[in-house]
Structures are given as C-alpha cells and as structure tokens.
Design a protein around this ligand. Structure first.
Ligand SMILES: [Zn+2]
Length: 200
C-alpha cells in the first residue's frame, strides 16, 4: 500500500511528487497464485470504479482482500470468489438469486435453480431455465457474500462442486455485465465461453 502525493490535471496523467510504502504484503509477493488472484480482483475493481471517484467501501474491501491473501488462512480462489461477490453487491451489480426473475416464483426449499448470467437472475424451468445450475447451499453462500459477509464466506467449508458452479456462474455474469460494453451483450448465455474466475 502506498501513500502518494500527486497532482492531477485534465489529462489522464498526473504528476507524482512523493510516494512511500505504508504497508507491504510479503506473502502475496512470494506466491504466484495469490498475485494472480489479487490481479483478477483489482481488474474487476477497475471496471466497477469510475475514473477519479474514490469509494471507501471498495477501498476497504480491497485492503481486506490483501490482508486475507497475505494471512494465507483461506484458499485464494475462495477469497477471489467471495470478494467478487461482495464488490458486485457493494456496487449494486449483484445478480438476483432468490426468485425467478421472469415470474417471481421462489425455488422450492433446498432445490437447485437455474441462473441466466446474461439476465442476471434465476430463471425457473417453466420460464425456460438458465445455462448455469446453482444448488441452494451455493446460492446461500453467494448471497451472504453479496450482503457483505464475504470474509466469513471465504472461510466457510465449500465443497469442490459448490466452488465450481459458483465460479462458473459468477464468472459468466461478470463477463456479460461488466467486461462487455453495453449494447454488445450476447443474446444467449453460452457456458463454453465462461471464464473460471481464478484465471486472469
Ligand atoms: Zn419463472
């Protein structure tokens, strides 16, 4: 973490007058997997944050992620997933995972439900379903992260299948909603184009 003094003009470039490292994260710098996760997380932040618009909540989340990665107590990919969900929630971009976005019907208790990343909500079978299936337990963990308890979610006991389905669904959602410019979104979701969240 840097304390920097700079002056900003009208152009994209500013003048750096002084910079001092105020906090280092040595464990991250020794581990490629942790560095990759930090890079993926920060590239999402760059997409979410408008230019020169400081956001205390997102800054605190970013600092929290670096602390968690450096502490090395949670799996890096779980930290990334939970962090992505949290900052989407903070920015008002969280997908809706509680009811079918087309008809408003709740999935039966404990049942899996389909998610359509292009629309950003669940779609029940009656309304055509979605390309990504999410179990109820996975939806609950993601919802907790959207609502701010992302650190607890990253330390929760996920099984491999939960992690895989959550990564696929959230990765596809981010690709549709954040990575693609508005107006150029695909008409249908295609799981083969989804990107695992842990890859840059
Ligand atoms: Zn429906």
């Amino acid at each position: 973490m840097l304390h920097a003094e700079l002056s900003l003009g009208r152009s994209e470039l500013g003048n750096l007058h002084a910079a001092q490292v105020t906090r280092a994260f040595p464990v991250i710098l020794r581990d490629l997997a942790r560095m990759t996760v930090a890079g993926s997380a920060f590239s999402l932040l760059r997409e979410l944050l408008p230019e020169r618009a400081p956001d205390q909540g997102l800054f605190a989340a970013a600092l929290g992620l670096l602390e968690e990665l450096d502490a090395a107590l949670a799996e890096p990919l779980l930290l990334l997933l939970a962090f992505q969900a949290h900052v989407l929630g903070l920015s008002g971009f969280a997908p809706r995972l509680s009811v079918c976005g087309a008809c408003g019907k709740h999935p039966a208790a404990g049942q899996s439900a389909d998610f359509d990343p292009a629309r950003g909500y669940l779609v029940c079978q009656h309304c055509g379903g979605g390309a990504y299936r999410l179990r109820a337990s996975t939806r609950e963990l993601l919802a907790q992260a959207f609502e701010g308890e992302w650190r607890q979610v990253a330390h929760a006991a996920w099984d491999a299948a939960q992690l895989a389905e959550a990564q696929a669904a959230l990765g596809a959602f981010i690709e549709h909603r954040i990575d693609r410019p508005a107006g150029k979104q695909a008409h249908t979701a295609n799981p083969r184009t989804s990107r695992p969240s842990g890859k840059p």
